[in-house]
Design a protein around this ligand. Structure first.
Ligand code: ASP
Length: 464
């Protein structure tokens, strides 16, 4: 503690010094002369995460830039404008010709705006604001909104999955023709998987949507994603749990991904979601939906749906790394974990050192399953001796189920069949919602990942 204090002794805030020297305040409109040129904008308060060396200016374009104090030659106050960021609230108009769609908010960037008090992105969601900011929604459907949670998606978990599944079921019974779920993108594929297992054979589309850039940014994907997701929910022919996000890096169209085959693959691209091990279900573009796959569950007019909302939380996902020590597995057994999904290397491997721990896990009645770090391709444990040995230790291969999906499925299966080892194993090895496929299409891998000559051509011509 003392050391830390000493470090900061005599510490000065160079930005504050600059502001004092040129008599500007937070919320001043300023003209800044810097070594990098002249900039005009609104001087924002410092956010919790920004550093002490930069002044943050909001330019007229909506972008925030940081000016290093060393580069600032002068600051001139041209006005003062305390910003209160508020989207106008409007009542959503009702058209009797339009289908009824329910939008559940859970949080994330799509429900966020910039908090100008701290400069941070905060979760906020109100139905009127949504319509106020994306009025096109009223041309698509009669949208009714309900905020279930207001969290960034790292805070979503089994408790929220159960509530969401129950509310989705109620909305189906209440007669909505489609359901949209606003969600943070980071863990949207976990929730999509959970809903795919908990809400089986829905009669209407259940479309999850998020955004990578908040709606106050010019490059935001929030409005397009919301419009396309709402379209797919209101008018789309596919009644499955899906994710609707930017397809290509441009804003040409969105893709609909099956909830059990989708994964967030890029930390910042708007086109971050990819279908793995398959091709996306459909493209959505300006009020049209083009199906890319035939074997999609069709929309129905009945209200039948199978709800199996349960989750055992003592399951975990272990990402194997070379050199892993058996105590990693031992610690899980000792902590009472009942199920372990392993993301193994290659065709489904872990090192020999862990074998005794796997053996102990089996003796303790812990269920163990194998998935792949490669994400594409199938677990094949008969090819190498290692695979055969691990099989003998009771680790069950899960074909091409994605590791996160297998983890969610195991929690769900154990919740549905508590204390019934065999029933869980049967459920885990049976395809419930497209989580395992017979084979992976050649074009799925090539088109999405690129990298061979014909794909380069294809990407350059069509998919950019
Ligand atoms: N961190 C945010 C979340 O997942 C990111 C987003 O919404 O895109 O909640």
């Amino acid at each position: 503690m003392t050391e830390q204090k000493d470090l900061y002794k005599g510490y000065r805030d160079p930005c504050l010094d600059l502001m004092k020297r040129f008599k500007v305040k937070v919320w001043s409109e300023v003209k800044a002369c810097t070594r990098r040129g002249e900039f005009e904008g609104l001087l924002l308060p410092r956010s919790e995460t920004s550093d002490a060396d930069h002044l943050v200016l909001k330019l007229d374009s909506g972008y925030n830039i940081g000016l290093h104090h060393d580069t600032v030659l002068s600051l001139e106050e041209t006005g003062y404008r305390e910003a209160h960021y508020k989207i106008p609230e409007k009542e959503f108009p009702v058209d009797p010709q339009h289908p009824r769609v329910k939008l559940f908010g859970t949080g994330g960037t799509i429900a966020s705006r910039l908090d100008y008090r701290t400069g941070a992105v905060i979760p906020a969601f109100s139905p009127g604001e949504l319509y106020g900011s994306v009025p096109e929604l009223a041309d698509i459907c009669n949208l009714e909104t309900e905020k279930l949670f207001g969290v960034f998606s790292e805070n979503m978990g089994p408790e929220e999955y159960l509530i969401l599944a129950e509310r989705v079921a109620e909305a189906i019974n209440e007669g909505y023709q489609g359901i949209v779920i606003g969600h943070g993108t980071d863990t949207m594929h976990h929730t999509a998987a959970a809903l795919s297992f908990m809400v089986q054979k829905p009669p209407v589309p259940i479309v999850m949507v998020g955004s990578q850039r908040s709606s106050d940014r010019p490059s935001s994907d929030a409005a397009q994603n919301l419009v396309n997701a709402t379209w797919a929910a209101a008018h789309g022919p596919i009644a499955e749990v899906m994710v609707c996000m930017f397809g290509p890096t441009s804003d040409r169209y969105n893709l609909l991904h099956r909830g059990t085959r989708v994964r967030k693959m890029h930390s910042s691209y708007r086109s971050t979601f990819r279908t793995l091990g398959d091709i996306p279900l459909a493209m959505v573009e300006k009020g049209t939906i083009e199906k890319l796959k035939d074997d999609c569950a069709p929309r129905r007019t009945d209200r039948e749906v199978t709800i199996r909302a349960a989750f055992e939380e003592r399951v975990t996902l272990v990402y194997y790394y070379p050199g892993m020590q058996p105590d990693v597995i031992d610690a899980l057994i000792d902590s009472g974990y009942k199920g372990i999904v392993i993301a193994g290397t290659g065709l489904g491997h872990v090192n020999r050192k862990t074998y005794p721990a796997l053996e102990r896990a089996r003796e303790a009645g812990v269920q163990m399953y194998m998935t792949l770090q490669t994400l594409w391709g199938f677990v094949q444990m008969h090819v190498y001796e290692t695979g055969r040995e691990i099989l003998e230790l009771g680790v069950v291969p899960l074909a091409n189920m994605l590791p996160e999906v297998a983890f969610v499925k195991l929690g769900w299966a154990m919740g549905v069949h508590p204390d019934d080892f065999d029933a869980v194993q049967r459920l885990m090895t049976t395809t419930v919602a497209g989580e395992m496929t017979e084979r992976e299409p050649h074009d799925g891998y090539l088109v999405v990942q690129g990298g061979v000559p014909e794909v380069k051509k294809f990407l350059a011509g069509v998919w950019r």
